[in-house]
Write a protein that binds this ligand. Structure first.
Ligand SMILES: Nc1nc2c(c(=O)[nH]1)N[C@H]1C(S)=C(S)[C@@H](COP(=O)(O)OP(=O)(O)OC[C@H]3O[C@@H](n4cnc5c(=O)[nH]c(N)nc54)[C@H](O)[C@@H]3O)O[C@H]1N2
Ligand SMILES: Nc1nc2c(c(=O)[nH]1)N[C@H]1C(S)=C(S)[C@@H](COP(=O)(O)OP(=O)(O)OC[C@H]3O[C@@H](n4cnc5c(=O)[nH]c(N)nc54)[C@H](O)[C@@H]3O)O[C@H]1N2
Ligand code: SF4
Ligand SMILES: [Mo]
Length: 745
């Protein structure tokens, strides 16, 4: 839309966090005049946050890399794409030849899931590489959810989310959407949605070791000891059975394992877990009765329940409780989204999902979801054994700051024979790189939230075209990934990535035609290819997914259905309706039922029971997010770091007294693996015995190029997190509940 004064308004879904807010961006030519929330966005309705509001500053940040960097005489210097790709080939292929493909490891960071390219074109690169040393940010985050959903529902991304738009009762464990705007539960304007939930008379309960801003507005805040969620939820299960409240109602015929679960929960009486969890038995009994008795209820857990000693069990038990109360898969309970890019699910049953398919010969770590725990990367690099990681490719990640025992990991990364970083910042990890490959900026690429619409509390589709033209000498991320695929596959730096894209999309079309029961059976691939909308790369593939998805137009067979052109004509998005009941057809377990007590998870109940007999450490560290941070990577945007030091250690007044700390002073915090100093902030929002500090800081390392972040660097708290503390089922790291010793510095 261009106005008389030559300004233009364009719309873009914000790609920075999981909330998928619509942004309204006013431009004069290529100059951005204003960024604000799009009031007409069908999902976010005008909501946005300071990070989204700074997307122009991110795009225009002079530190954001526009050309590849290549290490010459020990220094990273600008290079052409051809030079950079030749260096990648020369650096990696001889290592792969001499030591095998596992010698090249990969670390994939969080923003990959926020890009079309990261979702669509990573696989060809990984396939061409053929290494088993794959690591991702999932094991400092949500892999527990994939494990529990894989085992219970048969698919690792068959993930139910709380229907917060309609629920009568919401119990939040270990999530703080007032800062994070929600995770594995896409709900733009999450804080406003919680206010609305209360306004319509629903009850909000938050269990968190900190009285967060989310807890502050809740009807009830329950302090829970870090790591206490799994035993506490098991006690709720115990009460539901003991009081005859465990009644899955409409799901009864779609469930296996009810009796096993009853037996498992028997020892976990509210009295038995009370001390360890820090929650008295009467509260546990009352919450159990409220969850079962409400007309609808939903339990939602996130980072706090995931990145702890019993992360998988806690995540599993969240859904167990949701199912036992009889509210699951019904409006107001936890429900499965039906995203537009996935094919319809006509019938229950399938192969199920398996993990532990192979082990690392280097560390003994077990495969889950095709990867090993990031906590084992340092050891995999340090190892002398055959198959040790000698080179690494990172894409959209910063493990030197974001992963546990980061001093050790950073040292290991520095010792690599070769490091390639696909990233548009020279971050604390990339400072060790031999080659940095920067994809084009966030406003020069198209966007559609494949991952986050799969976790959305409302079925939504929204596409954003590139807002600004991609400069001729820049490469889109999909191009970089396919170029890498060609190089790793031995085709050379001259091989044409457009030809590879053509081959991949043709393969996808062939597959859509050949799929069992496909309405496209008998169609010509050439004809379908010719009908696809958009430029080569991610857009045509998206069009194919939409057309053959749950709401698709099936190339005209369902003329009212969805395709990319229709989304292009709807810049504020398309509302596909409330979440709908999806059981049983969504289930992919061999039994075609929900497995309430999968063996691998049930087995962890014993470990939990033993743990209840142990004394809790006197002081444990938990994490803390802030609305204006985004893990490690947006501290270079000035308005986002203004306003004083946020990288502080928050301590309860009673602990401050016990430890001899005073507000404004400094504390030395030590864990098994490291030691740092942080300014102390006294805060009665914490449970006594629990201290809190944010992650993602520590921008004072030599060689990074983050000039604004360096002015207010903060301290890297992952120096303290322990790479030997894991949720043993999934290999997820413990980032909450780290035993620490603290004294005045
Ligand atoms: N102690 C502690 N540690 C934590 C956490 C915690 O709660 N406590 N949280 C954990 C969680 S949940 C996560 S997800 C991880 C995140 O950890 P990581 O994924 O390792 O790190 P990020 O800070 O997200 O770094 C993102 C990098 O991606 C780059 N980037 C952004 N967009 C793009 C893009 O489109 N393409 C490419 N190629 N690069 C891009 C940025 O420039 C930045 O350098 O941190 C984890 N670490
Ligand atoms: N502004 C901002 N937004 C973000 C991010 C960011 O860095 N900044 N990161 C994004 C990413 S990658 C993610 S994964 C999401 C995370 O989204 P959330 O999970 O909502 O975010 P956190 O702030 O980590 O919330 C974890 C909560 O768990 C509590 N907690 C700690 N230990 C325990 C425990 O043992 N039990 C219980 N019940 N609670 C516990 C903490 O006090 C905290 O309030 O946020 C996303 N959004
Ligand atoms: S809440 Fe997330 S999606 Fe919304 S504007 Fe902020 S960063 Fe972007
Ligand atoms: Mo995350």
């Amino acid at each position: 839309m261009t106005s008389p004064d030559n300004t233009k308004v364009a719309y873009k879904t914000c790609p920075l966090c999981e909330a998928t807010c619509g942004l309204e961006i006013t431009l004069d030519g290529e100059k951005i005049l204003k960024v604000r929330g799009d009031k007409d966005d069908v999902f976010s309705k005008g909501y946005f946050c300071p990070k989204g509001g700074s997307i122009d500053l991110l795009h225009n940040d002079p530190d954001r890399l526009r050309t590849p960097l290549l290490r010459k005489n020990g220094k990273l210097e600008p290079a052409t794409w051809q030079e950079a790709f030749e260096a990648v080939e020369k650096g990696l292929l001889p290592l792969m030849e001499a030591h095998g493909r596992d010698a090249v490891g990969v670390y994939l960071g969080n923003p990959n899931s926020h890009t079309l390219a990261g979702n669509m074109f990573m696989r060809p690169m990984l396939k061409a590489l053929g290494s088993r040393n794959i690591f991702t940010a999932s094991t400092v985050d949500q892999i527990v959810k994939h494990v529990s959903c894989g085992l219970m529902f048969g698919g690792p991304v068959t993930v139910p989310v709380p229907d917060i738009e309609r629920t009568n009762y919401l119990l939040i464990l270990g999530a703080n959407p007032f800062e994070s705007n929600g995770s594995v539960c896409t709900a733009p304007g999450f804080p406003e949605r919680l206010r609305q939930l209360k306004k319509r008379g629903a009850k909000l309960v938050v269990a968190d070791p900190k009285r967060t801003r989310t807890a502050e507005i809740a009807d009830e805040h329950i302090f829970i000891r870090p790591g206490g969620d799994a035993p506490w939820l098991m006690a709720i299960v115990n009460v539901l059975f003991a009081e005859g409240l465990a009644d899955p109602k409409h799901l009864a015929e779609h469930i296996n394992g009810l009796d096993e679960l009853r037996t498992l929960a028997e020892p976990f009486t509210p009295e038995h877990v009370a001390d360890w969890c820090g929650i008295d038995a009467a509260t546990t009994r009352r919450i159990a009765a409220e969850l079962a008795g409400a007309p609808s209820s939903a339990v939602y857990g996130r980072m706090g329940t995931s990145t702890q000693l019993f992360g998988s069990a806690a995540t599993w038990l969240v859904d167990v409780v949701n199912i036992l109360t009889g509210h699951f898969d019904r409006p107001g309970g936890n429900m499965f989204p039906a995203p537009a890019h996935l094919p319809p699910k006509p019938k229950a049953g399938g192969k199920g999902w398996s993990m532990y398919r192979w082990n690392s010969p280097l560390t003994g770590a077990r495969e889950v979801l095709g990867e090993f725990p990031i906590a084992s990367l340092a050891a995999s690099i340090e190892s002398d054994a055959p198959g040790a990681v000698k080179a690494l490719i990172t894409c959209a990640g910063n493990p030197s700051l974001t992963c546990p025992n980061s001093s050790r990991l950073d040292k290991a990364i520095a010792s690599l024979d070769f490091l390639v970083c696909i990233d548009f910042y020279l971050n604390e990890t990339a400072r060790h790189a031999d080659v940095v490959l920067p994809p084009t900026g966030p406003l020069s690429t198209s966007h559609y939230d494949i991952v986050f619409y799969s976790f959305a509390v409302h079925n939504i589709a929204n596409y954003s075209p590139p807002l600004l033209p991609k400069p001729a000498d820049e490469m889109d991320k999909w191009e970089v990934l396919l170029k890498m695929a060609l190089i790793l596959g031995g085709q050379g730096t001259g091989a044409d990535h457009f030809a590879l894209e053509e081959m991949l999309i043709r393969g996808a079309v062939d597959q859509a035609i050949a799929a069992k029961g496909s309405p496209l059976a008998g169609k010509s691939a050439d004809e379908l290819l010719a009908q696809l909308s958009g430029n080569p790369g991610q857009d045509r593939l998206l069009d194919l997914m939409l057309r053959t998805g749950a709401y698709g137009d099936w190339f005209g067979l369902n003329p009212d259905g969805l395709n990319l052109d229709k989304l292009k004509a709807a810049p504020h998005g398309i509302d596909l309706g409330h979440l709908r009941p999806m059981v049983p057809q969504v289930l992919r377990t061999p039994s075609a039922k929900i497995e309430l007590a999968p063996e691998q998870l049930a087995a962890d109940a014993g470990r939990m029971l033993e743990h209840l007999d142990k004394a809790h450490p006197p002081t444990v560290l938990i994490g803390r997010r802030h609305l204006r941070s985004n893990n490690s990577w947006m501290h270079n945007i000035e308005p986002l770091i203004k306003g004083g030091d946020r990288c502080t250690l928050q301590v309860h007044p009673a602990d401050a007294e016990r430890l001899g700390l005073s507000g404004g002073g400094k504390a030395r915090i030590s864990s098994r693996v490291g030691s740092i100093q942080l300014p102390v902030e006294i805060s009665d929002t914490l449970m006594p015995g629990v201290v809190s500090a944010p992650h993602g800081w520590g921008h004072d390392l030599d060689g990074a190029k983050l000039s604004v972040a360096a002015t207010n660097p903060g301290v890297n708290t992952n120096v303290l997190t322990d790479d030997e503390l894991l949720d043993t089922v999934s290999g997820n790291c413990v980032l909450n509940g780290i035993p620490v010793e603290i004294r005045p510095a």
